[in-house]
Design a protein around this ligand. Structure first.
Ligand SMILES: Nc1nc2c(ncn2[C@@H]2O[C@H](COP(=O)(O)OP(=O)(O)OP(=O)(O)O)[C@@H](O)[C@H]2O)c(=O)[nH]1
Ligand SMILES: [Mg+2]
Length: 252
């Protein structure tokens, strides 16, 4: 059997690679399982799978959600994973946690191991340790919170310092549903993203706007990179522009 089974779990206090198949675990599994070859921390089966179960996957990647406390990282992950919105009082994440989801990208089962980090300053040193293994980062700000937008530059500096140079990065302006409380215009987000050369879109964990798209776009980019199809270079921003929905509509 060439497929890996997607693990489920929490790792609030584990080391970055201990719970991560993109880290040590993948290499180990790959060495002991015939037909699986480790490549830059990515698991590649060498023959097609015979199972259609969403529990199985062909390639695995680690994605991290980062950004100020309260921008909606946990809600975005819950919306993507469970299709629900965490209404009610705000419970700030302590430490770090992850959830898995397997996506079918052009016939390839891509497992995203999505790490939800704590935005609070006091957990920053914990988060830094996890950047190194990340294949992709979703950097969020809150369109109703100007400070979270102003802090994006500092987040990018941190990312450049701790993450891999070729990490897939995407800027997300979350809470696009909150029309009346909005203080950061969409154009401002676009301008900032352009300035730093990162793909951008607005999302809403509440309405579901562009949530699936944000993760799918990242999964597509990672899958294209791992299968090394230079002739068919994947343009992340172009794909996003084509698929993106405006803040006025809802895409659940
Ligand atoms: N209107 C609106 N509210 C949202 C949205 N996403 C999150 N919220 C609210 O924003 C607050 C913070 O959301 P969280 O997802 O817990 O924020 P976080 O980024 O995980 O915060 P930390 O764990 O402290 O880093 C909660 O009260 C959510 O209900 C959204 O898309 N729209
Ligand atoms: Mg959180």
């Amino acid at each position: 059997m060439s497929r890996k089974k997607a693990a489920r779990g929490k790792a609030a206090s584990s080391s970055p690679s201990a719970g991560s198949p993109a880290g040590k675990g993948a290499g180990k599994a790959a060495r002991s399982s015939p037909g699986i070859v480790p490549m830059n921390g990515v698991v590649h089966p060498s023959r097609p799978s015979i199972s259609n179960s969403s529990e199985f996957y062909d390639v695995a990647f680690k994605v991290m959600l980062v950004g100020d406390s309260g921008v909606g990282k946990t809600c975005l992950l819950v919306r993507f994973k469970d299709g629900a919105f965490l209404a009610g009082s705000f419970i700030s994440t302590v430490g770090i946690d992850f959830r898995n989801k397997v996506l079918d990208i052009d016939g390839v089962k891509v497992k995203l191991q999505i790490w939800d980090t704590a935005g609070q300053e006091r957990f920053r040193s914990v988060t830094h340790a996890y950047y190194r293994d990340a294949h992709a980062l979703l950097l969020l700000y809150d369109v109703t919170n100007k400070t979270s937008f102003d802090n994006i530059q500092a987040w990018l500096t941190e990312i450049h310092e701790y993450a891999q140079q070729d990490v897939v990065l995407m800027l997300l302006g979350n809470k696009a549903d909150a029309t009346h409380d909005r203080v950061v215009r969409r154009e401002d987000g676009e301008r900032l993203a352009k300035e730093f050369g990162v793909p951008f879109m607005e999302t809403s964990a509440r309405s579901g706007l562009n949530v699936e798209l944000a993760f799918t776009a990242v999964a597509k980019e990672l899958k294209h990179r791992s299968t090394k199809e230079p002739s068919e270079k994947f343009q992340l921003q172009e794909y996003v522009n084509k698929e993106m929905k405006g803040a006025g509509c809802c895409r659940a």
